[in-house]
Design a protein around this ligand. Structure first.
Ligand SMILES: [Ca+2]
Ligand SMILES: [Ca+2]
Length: 281
């Protein structure tokens, strides 16, 4: 085999090993420096930097990642820093930031989208803690037609929300102060008829199953929504209350968002390394 042929074969093998894994389309582990989230970049799958519309105090990036046993149970490793909402000051304080995606999520496409993220919070009084949304919106910094996971105001339950409004019957409990949760979601989109929205919640003591499993499944119709922005949004009230978010991923499979994709990447890299060694030999 001559060098040109060898290079072509190596290229094809590398592409095949990467393609077979599926692709992590969006990833933000908040590897940017600490400070205001506004203008923060890095990650992959985004068309722009973070846009924080919150008045002072801003949403910030603070040192170290969130960690959770379930998140790490299939090899994922937190990197960089994490996001922190403004801190409550005894009156309703709204905050919102979004980041444009390179490729919008189309709720009428007949495609399947997976996502995952870590979330934590701290508060003293649940009756006034307020809550948050994290997910995908049609416009920057607003929940217009957005599909989000929502922690409703002053409750511990989590649900899907459309346009910021809970879809009602699909709530799971257990978001408590000081706890970090790993949330994995799936959206099966249809051009007409019902779209399927599922998600599961894992606490620090759990492990992620090898095949997908859902705490809640919501059949609903989401029409004409092209979700071009990743969004975080919420309200704090209770003095000293805040929320953290971290390790955001989207992909086309359960494995994309729950498992380290490195085995295939390493296979591709080792094939490449072998080729370099052979060329040197
Ligand atoms: Ca991180
Ligand atoms: Ca639809």
């Amino acid at each position: 085999m001559n060098k040109q042929m060898r290079r072509t074969v190596v290229g094809l093998l590398t592409c095949a090993s990467l393609t077979a894994l599926g692709a992590v389309q969006v990833k933000d582990q908040f590897t940017m420096s600490t400070g205001n989230l506004e203008g923060g970049g890095g990650g992959q799958g985004f068309a722009a930097v973070w846009d924080d519309q919150t008045a002072t105090p801003n949403i910030t990036v603070v040192a170290n990642s969130l960690s959770n046993g379930a998140y790490s149970s299939r090899g994922l490793v937190p990197e960089g820093n994490k996001v922190k909402s403004p801190v409550g000051a005894g009156a309703n304080l709204d905050w919102t930031a979004s980041r444009q995606l390179s490729t919008a999520i189309d709720m009428n496409s007949g495609n399947t989208y997976y996502f995952s993220f870590l979330v934590a919070g701290s508060w003293a009084n649940q009756a006034v803690k307020r809550g948050w949304n994290i997910g995908f919106s049609t416009v920057a910094n607003a929940l217009t037609s957005a599909i989000t996971i929502k922690n409703g105001y002053n409750v511990s339950t989590l649900s899907y929300a459309i346009g910021g409004i809970e879809t009602g019957y699909t709530t799971v409990g257990g978001f408590t102060s000081g706890q970090t949760l790993f949330i994995v979601g799936k959206m099966v989109t249809a051009s007409s008829g019902n779209d399927n929205l599922s998600f599961s919640v894992y606490d620090n003591t759990e492990t992620i199953p090898a095949t997908e499993s859902w705490d809640v499944l919501n059949n609903t119709v989401v029409s004409s929504a092209s979700l071009g922005y990743f969004i975080i949004n919420g309200r704090v009230n209770d003095p000293s209350s805040y929320y953290n978010f971290d390790e955001v991923r989207t992909g086309s499979s359960w494995d994309d968002v729950t498992q380290l994709p490195e085995p295939g990447m390493l296979l591709g890299a080792s094939v490449l390394a072998l080729a370099v060694l052979r060329r040197r030999g």
